[in-house]
Design a protein around this ligand. Structure first.
Ligand code: V47
Length: 359
């Protein structure tokens, strides 16, 4: 795939042979400036796994509350209960909101929010129950590992029992947020009061053990170094070897506005494409890499489909996390936008549900 004299030729040979790359090789890729070579290798892997298919879904985002007592340095979305512009929707209001943006082809609600200091466990359970009752056919992908751990504390129950209660109320799978950067050197600065990386991985193991699928993420383009990406990806890969329930990895491009890091520029084009390619090359046991257009920006998300990504997420509509931090990708994409976008790079749009069944 690469000429034998190329500095990455030995890695390309391993990629060709379908062999797992080690940490040292990951670091060489992460530090390489040869973006086309990374893209070529990652695209070959993605073509081997998925041919020319690019998955997308018809979904809606729902954020029941942006009140959160944690106050992560990386976040512009969440705030304390007395701050202006906060919201806390009751289960009925969540259903009303969901109804506002509903259409018969919606297959997923993506539900994340803050760790509300005053809500009881039952509020979260009732939100799921009310949505499931109103939209029994829609998959509820709800609560990150951070929220699941918090809910277990609220419920005063072990995590597996908590998950069982949430499942009974309608939980179908979990989104991948809250992973940020696992390495404490960085995590202690960007999410100093959030659960540790070890705990995030442990809770995802329990989610998988319960039979639910989940996604995983990495927040990049702030104060981390390439070595932290490799550490993060290798730890996800190790967890996946153990528990096997990650469906999709989503690299999240940092948006600085309104955060403690507002002075930073955020990741550039090269960093975004490099992280997409690196994740495809290192995560040999996670099937899908998502180019989340809301955070990458539409044009770079389209290019990412040629750098290892095979999924675009969905129509989204009412996204608030990125918007709060200066996101400019705009409101939802229509299905026609998404299909044109995928065809524009010579690939084939495939409509999926949340667990990657073709529709
Ligand atoms: O957990 C917070 C991140 C996540 C910022 O699982 C920020 O399919 C950038 O996880 N700049 C929420 N990112 C989004 C998320 C997600 C999105 C789409 C699909 C899926 C999925 C998951 O956003 C948070 C946090 O890691 N985040 N603040 C920021 N300023």
């Amino acid at each position: 795939m690469l000429p034998v004299t190329h500095p990455l030729a030995d890695i390309a040979a391993k990629v060709d042979a379908g062999e797992r790359l080690n940490t040292e090789e990951g670091l060489r890729l992460a530090q390489s400036h040869d973006l086309p070579a990374l893209g070529l290798m990652a695209h070959a892997v993605r073509a081997r796994l998925h041919g020319d298919a690019v998955y997308y879904n018809i979904n809606r985002h729902l954020n029941p509350t942006n009140v959160c007592y944690v106050g992560c340095e990386l976040c512009a979305y969440a705030d304390d209960p007395n701050a202006e512009g906060t919201w806390s929707y009751s289960p009925e209001e969540c259903v009303d909101l969901a109804r506002r943006d509903w259409s018969p082809d919606v297959t997923e609600y993506h539900i994340v929010g803050g760790l509300h200091p005053r809500w009881k466990f039952d509020v979260y359970v009732e939100i799921l129950r009310a949505l499931k009752e109103a939209f029994p056919q829609v998959h509820l992908k709800a609560f990150t590992m951070v929220e699941i751990d918090f809910l277990a504390k609220l419920a005063k129950k072990p995590v597996p029992e908590t998950i069982a209660i949430l499942r009974a109320a309608g939980l179908d799978s979990c989104p991948g947020g809250g992973a940020e950067i696992f390495h404490p050197e960085i995590r202690d600065q960007i999410a100093s009061k959030k659960m540790s990386g070890d705990r995030w991985l442990e809770v995802s193991g329990m989610v998988h053990e319960s039979g639910l699928k989940s996604n995983c993420t990495m927040l990049f383009g702030h104060i981390e170094q390439p070595g932290h990406w490799v550490d993060h990806l290798v730890r996800l890969r190790e967890q996946q070897d153990i528990s096997g329930g990650f469906q999709c990895f989503i690299p999240l491009a940092f948006h600085p506005a309104g955060t403690k890091f507002a002075h930073l520029p955020g990741p550039d084009l090269v960093t975004k494409l490099k992280v997409i390619a690196l994740s495809r090359l290192l995560l040999d046991n996670i099937p899908h890499i998502k180019a989340y257009w809301v955070m990458l920006g539409r044009e770079i998300a389209q290019m990412a489909l040629r750098f290892g990504a095979n999924d675009l997420d969905g129509t989204v509509v009412d996204e608030r996390v990125t918007l709060a931090a200066g996101g400019k990708a705009g409101k939802g994409m229509t299905v026609d936008d998404i299909r044109d976008f995928i065809r524009g790079v010579g690939l084939r749009p495939v409509l999926r549900d949340t667990v990657y069944n073709e529709i």
